[in-house]
Every structure is written in structure tokens, then in C-alpha cells.
Ligand binder design. Structure first.
Ligand code: SAM
Ligand code: SF4
Length: 349
């Protein structure tokens, strides 16, 4: 994708025949695609993957052209928001070309193009992303203590991450910081992290850890309920519920003392599936209609088949039939198997 343009099969722009919008069997309209462009990552966050994570052979991963074709196929079926994710999307070579190509669809079916990144390489990419039309970026940051960051991510990369965050801001993108709340790891630091983010003008969202994929530690040792975190924050600050709706699973509160907004994502303690409007596609083209489910549709086979247009249309319709009503994450027993064997870095966070 050297030119940043789709290289072939422009007919696939009409995947699904420009046909029916995507509505699942629980009448939820699907307008949001999270598209993973790689399962690889330059960090090894201990709650996300093991130190010796096995990555997929490159040939299994969709080409940039195929990713573009899929994305435009979803746009043809009514998807208006695409988040590029991974693994770490910015480790994929020539990824800027995909942003540039998709950016051309903004205002032409696509309303928002965004990404989730660990920001280690964001300083190099921020200007190009902004030029492509990316207005908001989600950045994962679980600690602002360098030693703690190195221990948690198994890489000493906090300075690059902070540089990446600053570059995104300078490029004019709105930054949201996402932090996974982890028992005994960053729980004592969450107020400082929130206060720092707000002082920089960034929204901050906390996330409960989910039991996805095997890691070295027991999930139960990591899990920290955000209900508990909220109670602790209320002892220190004045929190007021805010009806802001980002179209996602977060509930928001305003913090009077910091002047900022805090999002809370509670997949364990507060299920939000009734309003789910999203689908996830892995870097190998597997569509998972639910992060917590095993249901899957193979879009890569459809895309590489003799009649990609028809087969993709059928695959997307099938996905609408199998999207489950809700996920069921439990974290009750020590030593329990994960809810799904796939790591978040595989499905796309
Ligand atoms: N590498 C990029 C990043 O870290 O932002 C994008 C992919 S990462 C899988 C997306 C998000 O998933 C990050 O915010 C990360 O903290 C979160 N995440 C990873 N594993 C998780 C887990 N088991 N439970 C909850 N969140 C998780
Ligand atoms: Fe990489 Fe993101 Fe997983 Fe951390 S959370 S290991 S940055 S994919």
C-alpha cells in the first residue's frame, strides 16, 4: 500500500452489495468496528500477555490491502466508526498508509477514525495520523512511575510513551488515557495518575482487568473492583455522575477538584452489553462479535475466496445471528481458566 490507496479489487468497496445495515438478533445496530492490524507488541504488559508470548506467523495476518477492503466493506454496511488496534498497531510497518487510505473515507460513510496505542512510537506517527484525520486517540498508561512501568510492561519505555502523549497533543489530537486498575500494582497511584492526566487536559478512563488468555499470574490476584476504587476516590474528591456518552461501555464522573472527567469501564461488576454496538476483527480476519465469547466468523476465507463479495456479505449476516446477548466474565476462583483463551492483544482491545 505504498501510495496509501487501495491497491486492488475496488469492487470490494461494495462488500455486502452496499446492502442492509448490520443489526443483530437482539436489535442492536452495529456501527463500530475495532480492527486489529497485528497481534504483535513491543511491550509485554503482565495483565495482557506472558513474557514469552507466541506471535502469529506473518503470512496469517491480513495484508494492508485486505484490511482496507474489509474496513470499506464494513462502511458499506453502515459502520461509521473504526478504531485501529492490536497488539500494538504502530509496530506494523507502513501502518500510516492504512490510516491515510481510510482517512479518505471520512465524510464519505466513515464518521470517525481512531486508534488505541501504547504510545511508544506515537511521537513518530502523531503528525501523519492527525493529517489522515484522526482526531482522538486512546493511549494505555497504567502508571507514571518509570520503575513501575518497566516492571509492569517488562520494558523501560515510559519516557518514549510520555513523548508520544505530548506529540499527540501537539498534533491537535484529543487524548484519552486508559489505565487498567490492578490490585497491589497501581491501586495506590490511581489518584496521582488521574490528577496528572487531568492536569495535562486529557480524559482518563479506568478499566477492570478481564480474564482473557493465560498469563503468568492468577487473575484473581490482579482484580480490583472499580466500585471499590470509586469509593476510595470519593473520600478524597467530589465525584458527580456525568451523562456523557461516548458510545462505549464507560460511565463517566466529573471530579470537581481536578476539573476533569473520569470514565469507569466495569466489565466484571457492571455489565453494559445491552447497548453494545461493536464488532471486533483480528489481524487474521477473524470476526469476534463479542470480546468475551468464542463465537467467530472467518472473514479471511471469505475475502480470499472466488466470490469475496457474496461470501463476505454472508459472513457479516452470519455474525449478526451469532452475536451473543452478553458476556459472562467471572473472577471467583483461584486457578480458574480464563473466560476465553484468546489474549486481548489477539482479539484487539
Ligand atoms: N497495544 C495497544 C494498547 O495497549 O493500547 C492496543 C491493544 S491493547 C490489547 C488495548 C487495551 O486493552 C489496553 O488499554 C490494555 O490496557 C487493555 N487490556 C489488555 N489486556 C487486558 C485485560 N486482560 N483486561 C483488561 N484490559 C486489558
Ligand atoms: Fe501490548 Fe497493549 Fe497488550 Fe500492553 S496492553 S502488551 S501494550 S497489546
Amino acid at each position: 500500500m505504498n501510495s496509501g490507496k487501495p491497491a486492488r479489487k475496488p469492487d470490494l468497496i461494495a462488500v455486502g452489495g452496499g446492502a442492509a445495515p448490520l443489526v443483530d438478533k437482539f436489535s442492536r445496530s452495529i456501527s463500530y468496528l475495532r480492527l486489529s492490524v497485528t497481534d504483535r507488541c513491543d511491550l509485554r504488559c503482565s495483565y495482557c500477555m506472558p513474557e514469552k508470548m507466541k506471535f502469529l506467523p506473518r503470512k496469517e495476518v491480513l495484508t494492508l490491502e485486505e484490511l482496507y477492503e474489509l474496513a470499506t466493506g464494513f462502511i458499506a454496511r453502515g459502520v461509521t466508526k473504526i478504531r485501529i488496534t492490536g497488539g500494538e498497531p504502530l509496530v506494523r510497518r507502513d501502518i500510516a498508509d492504512l490510516f491515510t487510505a481510510l482517512g479518505r473515507r471520512l465524510g464519505n460513510g466513515l464518521q470517525e477514525l481512531t486508534l488505541t496505542t501504547n504510545a511508544t512510537q506515537l511521537a513518530q506517527h502523531a503528525d501523519a495520523l492527525a493529517r489522515a484525520g484522526v482526531k482522538r486517540v486512546n493511549i494505555s498508561l497504567d502508571t507514571i512511575d518509570r520503575d513501575r512501568f518497566a516492571a509492569l510492561t517488562r520494558r523501560d519505555a515510559l519516557p518514549q510513551v510520555l513523548e508520544g502523549i505530548a506529540a499527540a497533543k501537539s498534533a491537535g489530537m484529543k487524548v484519552k488515557l486508559n489505565a487498567v486498575a490492578l490490585k497491589g500494582v497501581n491501586e495506590d497511584e490511581l489518584p496521582d495518575l488521574i490528577a496528572w492526566g487531568h492536569s495535562q487536559g486529557h480524559d482518563v478512563t479506568l478499566i477492570e482487568v478481564m480474564p482473557l488468555g493465560d498469563i503468568e499470574e492468577d487473575r484473581l490476584d490482579q482484580f480490583l473492583s472499580l466500585a471499590e476504587v470509586r469509593t476510595r476516590l470519593e473520600r478524597r474528591w467530589t465525584l458527580t455522575d456525568n451523562d456523557h456518552n461516548s458510545g462505549g461501555p464507560a460511565r463517566y464522573v466529573d471530579i470537581a477538584e481536578t476539573g476533569g472527567r473520569l470514565g469507569l469501564i466495569t466489565p466484571l461488576t457492571g455489565n453494559f452489553c445491552a447497548s453494545c454496538n461493536r464488532l471486533r476483527v483480528t489481524a487474521t480476519g477473524q470476526l469476534y462479535p463479542c470480546l468475551g465469547g468464542a463465537e467467530r466468523v472467518d472473514l479471511r476465507s471469505a475475502l480470499r475466496s472466488d466470490d469475496p463479495e457474496r461470501n463476505l456479505a454472508e459472513a457479516l449476516s452470519q455474525a449478526m445471528m451469532i452475536k451473543p446477548e452478553k458476556h459472562d466474565f467471572r473472577m471467583e476462583k483461584r486457578g480458574a481458566a480464563p473466560a476465553q483463551p484468546r489474549h486481548m492483544s489477539m482479539t484487539g482491545g
